[in-house]
Design a protein around this ligand. Sequence first.
Ligand SMILES: Nc1ncnc2c1ncn2[C@@H]1O[C@H](COP(=O)(O)OP(=O)(O)OP(=O)(O)O)[C@@H](O)[C@H]1O
Length: 259
Amino acid sequence: MKILEAKNVTKIYGENAGAVYRALDSFDLEVEKGEFVVIMGPSGSGKTTLLQLLGTIDRPSAGQIWIDQEEVSQLNENQLADFRRKRLGFIFQDFHLLDALSLKENLILPMVLDKRPVDEIDRRCNQLAESLGIAEVLHHRPFEVSGGQKQRTAAARALIHRPSLILADEPTGNLDSKSAHSLMESLQRLKTKEAGTVVMVTHDPATASYADRVIFIKDGKAFQEVRSSGDRSHLYQQIIHVQTVLGGGEGIDIPTARF
Ligand SMILES: Nc1ncnc2c1ncn2[C@@H]1O[C@H](COP(=O)(O)OP(=O)(O)OP(=O)(O)O)[C@@H](O)[C@H]1O
């Protein structure tokens, strides 16, 4: 079953200001339920623009986007806010946790906003905290725990309401390699267990190597796609190869020994 379909999506910035810039150009994307898709590409290629459009944070200049059968371009602002809260989960590079709240309070926020029963919230919270290895620190506040623990809390928050689609923007960007691997392994495990669907932007080939499929974009257009055969090290090599062809060394990260 298709969870996401983007057809001919174009984003033009500066249309009213004279300095027109086509950040995405007739971009197509289809993602099946349970798939883990990574978007890669040089700096300025349109990755964040794409994620913002898929996350309904911005609207395309042209084209259509369906998420879980809903054509999001047709929704008004109130409907979009509701749609985002109920059907999407977000993970950001800088965690976006509220310092005034404990990790548990941060984690359960989407279910509290949705007025779910307390026992259901507690059950789901404990289940995710266990899976993500943060059960011991749930009563700490964000500034009292490590970056990895913060990001695992943010990941749990993105998953807690079982959204149709999880969007992640450089989730390992602020993590050391051990925490990055631990986060990706937990996400992969949970994705399989809960049939979650993930679209993630990353510059890091090691993070990307957990994907089922990696789509490379360049100048706002799809450039190439590689699929996992189930062997992470093979996908990693393929990613490095495409990055070399794609970037010619310019604007791409030099692969580190993070794998
Ligand atoms: N609000 C905006 N107004 C004008 N131009 C923009 C705006 N946002 C992005 N752009 C331009 O659109 C292009 C794509 O930007 P985008 O942020 O999507 O790239 P990216 O692939 O995410 O880059 P990076 O890897 O550096 O984050 C860039 O040239 C950028 O300068």
